[in-house]
Design a protein around this ligand. Structure first.
Ligand code: ADP
Length: 275
């Protein structure tokens, strides 16, 4: 198999040592104004092996963020199994970290203190080692010079960097990323993709990345799944085995196949509704 080796086709699963297991998961919400039920997920299945990097692509409003929130324990399924490390997810845990789209930072803490927050809260390491770790992340994520700024003094892209740094700082077992690079320009995005990839290669967390970018997905993930419109179902899977760091230019076939699969999806009528 060459550098661009991949499998792409119908959904399938290869299961051993799953870290994340979602089986038959259903989740509905009440629509804010009308109170009507919105079925975000209905019998959704996804299994992710320990240390695997999975990317989820699909239409807006299809239920992708819901999947991440259920794994993180921010929300509960109406029915079905949501397990991490063979245990049902009942609440949030520092072992599972979600970097959400809105980069919810602590507004009263500066950049350094936001990044250090989890390490300090978990009593992980001495002050000096925490300082050194935070310093490394500040450098890696291009935040040098902004260490003492408050979130209100940061651009959207910088807030996302801080949120990613804060998540990487604690080296979680499960890292859940909801379009973490959407607010960034192309160059910054590539740089942060490199940072994420090297953090993943070092600590090998299990990663689930929601993205709208086929290129981002095939650059980073071992497996790319495409989900249907709401309620989300996996309709296409691609296994990307190309060696890292990957050259997207050499992955033209899988890129075209995935882009065509994404384009072929009908979008649900309520995609544009606010949350
Ligand atoms: P995606 O991440 O694919 O854009 P989401 O999981 O965010 O999709 O949302 C799936 C559907 O559920 C959308 O129609 C969305 O508007 C709705 N939804 C999500 N969260 C809530 C909520 N807290 N209250 C009401 N509706 C919600």
């Amino acid at each position: 198999m060459g550098a661009a080796a991949y499998f792409t086709g119908e959904p399938f699963t290869v299961r051993e040592l799953d870290m994340i297991r979602l089986l038959g998961v259903s989740k509905s919400y009440a629509e804010a104004r009308s109170g009507a039920r919105i079925q975000a997920l209905d019998g959704f299945d996804l299994e992710v092996a320990a240390g695997e990097f999975v990317a989820i692509l699909g239409p807006s409003g299809s239920g992708k963020s819901t999947v991440l929130k259920l794994i993180a324990g921010f929300d509960h399924a109406d029915s079905g199994t949501v397990e991490v490390g063979d245990e049902p997810v009942t609440t949030i845990s520092p072992r599972r970290v979600l970097v959400a789209q809105d980069a919810a930072l602590f507004p009263w803490l500066n950049v350094v203190d936001n990044i250090a927050f989890g390490l300090r809260a978990q009593g992980r390491g001495h002050a000096a080692s925490i300082t050194a770790r935070v310093h490394d992340l500040v450098q890696a994520l291009g935040l040098a010079g902004a260490e003492r700024r408050l979130p209100s003094e940061l651009s959207g892209g910088m807030k996302q960097r801080v949120a990613l740094a804060r998540a990487l700082a604690v080296e979680p077992e499960v890292l859940l990323l909801d379009e973490p690079f959407a607010a960034l320009d192309a160059l910054s995005r590539e740089r942060l993709q490199d940072v994420l990839e090297s953090a993943w290669l070092t600590a090998k967390p299990t990663v689930v990345l929601v993205t709208h970018s086929v290129d981002e997905a095939i650059r980073l993930a071992d497996r790319v799944v495409i989900v249907s419109e709401r309620p989300a179902r996996i309709v296409h899977t691609a296994i990307v085995t190309a060696t890292r760091p990957r050259d997207i230019a050499g992955l033209g076939d899988v890129r075209r196949t995935l882009a065509a699969a994404v384009r072929g999806l009908p979008h649900s009528a309520s995609d544009t509704q606010g949350r």
